[in-house]
Design a protein around this ligand. Sequence first.
Ligand SMILES: NC(=O)c1ccc[n+]([C@@H]2O[C@H](COP(=O)([O-])OP(=O)(O)OC[C@H]3O[C@@H](n4cnc5c(N)ncnc54)[C@H](OP(=O)(O)O)[C@@H]3O)[C@@H](O)[C@H]2O)c1
Length: 267
Amino acid sequence: MDLKQKTYLLVTGASRGIGREFAQQLSQRIQSVGSLVVLMGRSQPLLEETKANILKESPDLSVRTFALELSTARAEDFGGIIFESLNHAKAYPRHFQRAVIIHNAGTVGDTSKRAREIGDTVYLQQYYHTNVFSAIALNCQFMRIFGDVPKLVVNLSTLAAIAPISSMAYYCTVKAAREMYFRVLATEESAPGTLVLNYAPGMIDTQMTVQVQREAHDPAVVAMFREQREAKTMLTPPQTTERFIQVLEAQRFKSGDHVDYKDHDAA
Ligand SMILES: NC(=O)c1ccc[n+]([C@@H]2O[C@H](COP(=O)([O-])OP(=O)(O)OC[C@H]3O[C@@H](n4cnc5c(N)ncnc54)[C@H](OP(=O)(O)O)[C@@H]3O)[C@@H](O)[C@H]2O)c1
């Protein structure tokens, strides 16, 4: 895949962790003039930091930031953000050679609870809204607005989407649901023009893994995270992002595939 195109790039959870690094590294690959980068997250100051990092490397890029709480976001909020970013850049969707969306924002949920204890429907609704409903609603707006512009749709997946992990009943269930949505999307949008990737980044040193290590009820899970962090076998955001870009550039995956950091054939 030739990433150096006039690109509309939208990244959720771009304020820190993997999302920030994806936004920064992808921004360096796309064509500077005429591209538009849209960063979403909750923390406006941290989004501004990501934006400043991007502009330091690529001063010609247009970059917009939008603070939005995903646990309550509605379809019209997402549509509004995309239209506002286009209006501000005085660009029509067809101005871009490719539209890229990175569904990265996510939360691990309450890992102190066992599967038999997660029945609080108020918490479940909020958690699913943040991690599944918002991603689907945003994606639907993105697909509608960008119509026949070639699209790359990336979902940040995980081993936990395809394998049960103790302490992670909330996380495994949303990640499985979210991945299946993107697989169905890939099946339905099989004509060339929409490419869907479920990328599992490996185990990364971010606030999310710190939280699991601190709160998981299963001591074996806590120990596994601690050992990987101490032995530095846990990856950094730049490491997994570099591999992700290799995966895109080699493009050996089929639309809808689940590609893991460790899948050496993919890159
Ligand atoms: N870390 C890993 O080992 C690992 C492994 C496999 C998959 N993943 C996946 O990779 C993605 C990023 O993970 P990470 O480790 O980088 O996590 P992280 O450091 O905790 O960052 C999460 C990002 O999501 C945003 N976010 C969280 N809750 C939000 C909400 N309610 N509304 C709006 N934005 C919200 C945060 O924005 P604010 O800070 O501005 O709130 C932040 O930018 C997630 O989908 C995760 O499941 C991570």
